[in-house]
Design a binder for this molecule. Structure first.
Ligand code: COA
Length: 118
């Protein structure tokens, strides 16, 4: 990422701090992995105004640090946060190779979650 892009990215992160929570994995003080929890709101319903849910995004661990549980630790931290905030559910749009990773980390396939893509 170039310097200008990095600055724009940083501004985006600050502007979205309420809705997009970053999680990082550190080894020896160095960030080697990250994941995001996007918190969104459903329209009020079922007698409740507070119907927030989460979406996991941009999960990545540096290649040389993979396979040691860092990705699972990031997911555990995200799901603990989701639980403590009382989110209704958490979704993830997985990459093709990461489906089993999410299945091992608490996610399940759901018949009623449908996706439209342009
Ligand atoms: C998916 C990913 C975050 C897992 O991180 P991690 O720190 O290796 O996770 P863990 O150590 O907890 O679990 C590793 C397991 O994930 C599997 N895995 C899933 N996707 C993988 C990928 N793209 N590359 C390597 N391993 C992957 C490994 O095979 C391993 O399985 P095993 O335990 O049966 O050997 C990491 O592999 C990654 O950054 N991949 C590239 C980006 C990506 O696919 N992100 C998710 C898309 S939404």
């Amino acid at each position: 990422m170039g310097e200008g892009q990095l600055e724009a990215y940083g501004k985006w992160v600050v502007a979205h701090a309420e809705t997009h929570l970053p999680f990082v994995a550190e080894v020896g003080g160095e960030v080697v992995g990250a994941a995001w929890l996007h918190i969104a709101e459903r329209v009020p319903g079922g007698g409740s105004l507070d119907r927030r849910f989460g979406d996991v995004q941009s999960v990545e661990v540096r290649e040389e640090h993979r396979g040691r549980g860092l990705g699972s630790a990031l997911m555990a931290a995200i799901l603990a946060e989701a639980r403590s905030r009382g989110l209704m559910h958490v979704t993830v749009h997985s990459g093709r190779r990461a489906v089993d990773f999410y299945l091992r980390n608490g996610f399940t396939h759901h018949r009623q979650m449908l996706l439209w893509e342009p």
